[in-house]
Write a protein that binds this ligand. Structure first.
Ligand SMILES: Cc1cc2nc3c(=O)[nH]c(=O)nc-3n(C[C@@H](O)[C@H](O)[C@H](O)COP(=O)(O)OP(=O)(O)OC[C@H]3O[C@@H](n4cnc5c(N)ncnc54)[C@H](O)[C@@H]3O)c2cc1C
Length: 290
């Protein structure tokens, strides 16, 4: 099937992008890796595609005082190769799982957030780290925590006239360790179930804070404070009963031909215990280094 007719514009300034989006009939075109298939299947019929890749203000990724800020036109592959992105270890851990290299060479980090696929890796990383999403629209600029930005499957706090301008991921601190894992049918496919973890330890090595985000298991990334899970112990084995119980609550996606709800719960429970335990080990290793 071919896309329905649309106009195409490529403004050079942020103000012109917002002017083109005003009225709500325009759609942002970033990497096109999700939008173009949507158009081709006629699941969307925007009047105008507003290509944002010519706006210099959206084209850079930089380390700033509150973290690593990625502009809306920055490709996933550019971030994957950016030495500055090492400030956020989870980006490097997750990025190889975002589709295939060819898709990442066009797809953007902010486009992945805006698309809000429940099984996507980057929204889950953003939620686990409490990243901040900067929006611009008719009401001006505002910043929304990632956990509030994603409101459901393919649904976000951005209105039809809003542009995601950037996302800022907090940089890793000393005493923080991370875990990332997903199970997919083939490498590069969306996850059947995945987890992202961030564990913090104090100077003595005890867990002070632990956070976990599950993806592919509900209609959006599901984030929980899981510090209390370590009360039962620190190894993957110790954590398993609690993560199995957590899976019952967190995994609410229906079964499909690739896996039942019960199968996804078992995957989630195993991955969560493993990646929390790994996150703790890495946090202890990094107590002095960040
Ligand atoms: C075969 C295949 C496999 C894939 N596998 C994975 C995978 O395993 N994991 C994964 O995470 N993704 C996967 N993807 C999707 C990924 O490749 C896309 O890059 C990503 O979802 C969207 O990024 P994009 O920059 O291409 O956005 P686009 O396709 O340009 O846009 C996607 C949506 O977001 C909106 N949008 C984009 N940028 C903005 C912005 N700045 N402000 C407001 N709205 C915006 C668009 O209007 C559109 O609605 C896959 C895609 C394909 C085709």
């Amino acid at each position: 099937m071919k896309a329905a007719p649309f106009a195409y514009v490529r403004p050079a300034t942020l103000d012109d992008v917002l002017a083109e989006l005003a009225g709500g009939d325009g759609k942002v075109l970033a990497g096109g890796q999700s939008l173009v298939p949507v158009l081709a299947m006629r699941l969307g019929r925007p009047g105008t595609l507003v290509d944002i890749t010519a706006v210099p203000a959206l084209a850079s990724a930089t380390v700033e005082k509150d973290g690593y800020r990625v502009g809306a036109a920055v490709r996933q592959r550019a971030v994957e190769h950016d030495p500055a992105a090492r400030a956020v270890p989870l980006i490097g851990m997750a990025m190889p799982f975002v589709g295939h290299r060819e898709l990442r060479s066009r797809g953007t980090v902010c486009g992945s957030l805006a698309h809000a696929d429940p099984a996507a890796e980057l929204p889950a990383v953003a939620c686990c780290l409490d990243a901040r999403v900067e929006l611009a629209g008719p009401a001006g600029r505002r910043t929304v925590p990632a956990t509030e930005f994603v409101t459901g499957a393919m649904s976000t706090a951005a209105g039809p006239e809003d542009l995601v301008v950037s996302v800022t991921f907090p940089a890793a601190a000393a005493g923080e360790g991370y875990g990332f894992a997903e199970i997919a049918r083939r490498h590069g496919d969306f996850a059947l179930a995945g987890v992202v973890t961030r564990v913090r330890v104090g100077p003595g090595g005890a867990v002070t804070d632990a956070r976990l985000t599950g993806f592919g298991v509900s209609d959006r990334p599901v984030t929980r404070d899981v510090t209390g899970l370590f009360d039962a112990g620190e190894t993957e084995h110790d954590l398993r009963p609690a993560t199995a119980a957590l899976a019952e609550e967190v995994v609410d996606t229906g079964g499909d031909t690739h896996g039942s709800t019960g199968y996804r719960r078992r995957l989630f429970g195993v991955l969560a215990a493993r990646e929390l335990s790994r996150g703790l080990r890495r946090a202890r290793d990094r107590r002095e280094t960040a």
